[in-house]
Design a binder for this molecule. Structure first.
Ligand code: 3PG
Length: 307
């Protein structure tokens, strides 16, 4: 009997866990649930004898892969897989997958939640500003970026996007204005919504030179990854520009300093929660479970992300 570990430091909604369990029960697989763990040793112990694993932002390091004696597949229930050591997986013949698109709407909705909260002065009763007629730039036009565009149009915003991997026609057909360079996107848009992955090319790429060009009231919205921000550059812009705002679902290292100095210009969630909705948990969790069953029963490697 195949044994599958669901290792989620940040648990799925109970309804999603029930759904995942049913997919595996129907396939005749056993499920091991490890939630809210605080000690890496618990993960190392839990992974030792399982054939497959579902994770979220949980760290699948080379140590975790080495501890997994029977592991054949790990599925990240979500989009970004920067938390998985892909080389370690490949070396041990472990297939790594993600579930692209399944939690994207939740992330896009949170971006607007933070934008509204900031635009309306943290709902404190003071006069704020509206999103309508403002320019928003979507940095990377993937699954989340597309949902952001749809919602932004609903708010009456003018929507721009930059993505070197997406053809202009595909962006234009959504009523979005394609922009040829990152520099132009930032210099044009009051709001920037970030959706780039964290990798060697993007880490610290959102820097002072880019941010300082944003128009008056420049507001950077980060529901992507903490690592893509050059925090020294961000601090410098916040210091130099009393109009600049930073809204993030990912706590930066300089979070405390930002709150202390610029409390009315930053918004942070208590814990990364862009994908933390029942719907996103069900979509991503069930997709992950089905991908594991299809892998073992049919050899299906669609959504494999390691070579
Ligand atoms: C993703 O890459 O899918 C999102 O960042 C969501 O991450 P989470 O599953 O840890 O909430």
């Amino acid at each position: 009997m195949k044994k599958i570990l669901i290792a989620t430091e940040k648990p799925f909604a109970p309804v999603a866990v029930e759904g995942i369990k049913k997919v595996f029960a129907d396939a005749g697989y056993e499920v091991v649930l490890l939630e809210k763990y605080t000690d890496k040793a618990d993960l190392l112990n839990a992974v030792a004898q399982v054939d497959g694993m579902i994770i979220r932002s949980d760290q699948v390091t080379d140590e975790v892969v080495a501890a997994a004696q029977k592991l054949k597949i790990v599925v990240r229930a979500g989009a970004g897989y920067d938390n998985i050591d892909l080389a370690a997986c490949t070396q041990k013949d472990v297939v790594a997958m993600n579930t692209p698109g399944q939690n994207s709407n939740a992330v896009a909705e949170l971006a607007f939640g933070m934008m509204l909260y900031n635009a309306r002065k943290a709902f404190n009763g003071a006069s704020g500003v509206e999103l309508r007629d403002k320019k928003i730039g979507i940095h990377a036009y993937g699954n989340v970026g597309k949902y952001v565009a749809t919602i932004a149009k609903g708010f009456g915003m003018t929507v721009y996007a930059h993505d070197p991997f997406v053809k202009n026609e595909e962006i234009e057909k959504d009523g979005v204005i394609p922009v040829g360079s990152v520099e132009e996107l930032y210099a044009t848009c009051k709001y920037i919504s970030l959706h780039i992955p964290a990798n060697d090319k993007t880490k610290k790429s959102i820097n002072y030179d880019l941010l300082k060009t944003m128009p008056k009231g420049g507001t950077l919205v980060n529901t992507a990854r903490k690592e893509v921000i050059d925090e020294d550059g961000l601090m410098k812009v916040m210091e130099e520009r009393a109009d600049f705002c930073y809204l993030s679902d990912l706590a930066p290292d300089c979070k405390d300093a930002l709150i202390e100095k610029y409390a009315d210009r930053v918004v942070f969630t208590a814990k990364k929660m862009g994908a933390q909705t029942s719907e996103a948990n069900i979509n991503a969790g069930l997709a992950a479970a089905k991908q594991i069953v299809d892998f073992f029963e049919k050899g299906d490697t669609t959504f494999k992300v390691n070579k």
